[in-house]
Design a protein around this ligand. Structure first.
Ligand code: ATP
Ligand code: MG
Length: 184
């Protein structure tokens, strides 16, 4: 699952797990960023929001180790909470470059979107995260870039992309769509 920061991926996946648990179905959710952070912690990184400021080659190294951990997971259904790209000081760089996709081999993509104004206000209100300078124009640019880069992922893997709109106050609706799109 990909989506720009503040679009609601982590909240949606929490709801997806709650719905499936009620139906006695199991699904495992991992955050790509958290896996990278676990590895980076051994190298002196203290805040997960510092990851995107590391030199790109270092982020790429961590990405590869995290991808290998994901490939080694043994659960039947694994959902990865991640970003199609990361805004770093050098510019946007892919969260799922070809070498990572070839390790993970995702069967489905879910691309989460929302109204730019809603994403903007979700970021502004979320004090738990250390976010970069937030502007509505940047949110719009990121949404544009997201749809381009996820198309490339689909072409590389041959896997389908489900676009899901996370409407304000309608997390349950979007979570149901996600569950249906991956046939759970
Ligand atoms: P990041 O990539 O930075 O981890 P994220 O995509 O995981 O971001 P969340 O942390 O899930 O985003 O959500 C950001 C904020 O938006 C949270 O405060 C969450 O409660 C709120 N939010 C998410 N979805 C909705 C929704 N449908 N309606 C209202 N608020 C929402
Ligand atoms: Mg999140």
């Amino acid at each position: 699952m990909v989506g720009i920061p503040g679009v609601g991926k982590t909240s949606l996946l929490k709801t997806v797990v709650e719905i499936l648990t009620k139906q006695n179905k199991s699904v495992s959710v991992y955050s790509f960023g958290s896996l990278m952070f676990e590895i980076a912690k051994n190298h002196g990184i203290q805040d997960r929001d510092e990851l995107r400021k590391l030199p790109v080659p270092e982020q790429q190294r961590l990405q590869k180790i995290a991808a290998e951990k994901i490939a080694g997971l043994t659960e039947d259904v694994v959902i990865i909470d991640t970003h199609a790209f990361i805004s770093s000081p050098e510019g946007y760089y892919p969260g799922l470059p070809e070498h990572v996709l070839k390790i993970i081999k995702p069967t489905n993509f879910v691309s989460v979107s929302a109204k730019p104004e809603e994403i903007y206000s979700r970021r502004i209100k979320d004090f738990t995260r250390n976010r970069d300078k937030i502007t509505l124009a940047n949110v719009k640019k990121e949404l544009d870039f997201q749809s381009g880069i996820i198309s490339a992922c689909a072409v590389i893997t041959g896997s389908p992309i489900k676009y899901v709109l996370n409407r304000e106050g309608k997390i349950d609706e979007a979570a149901d769509k996600i569950i249906n799109s991956i046939g759970l």
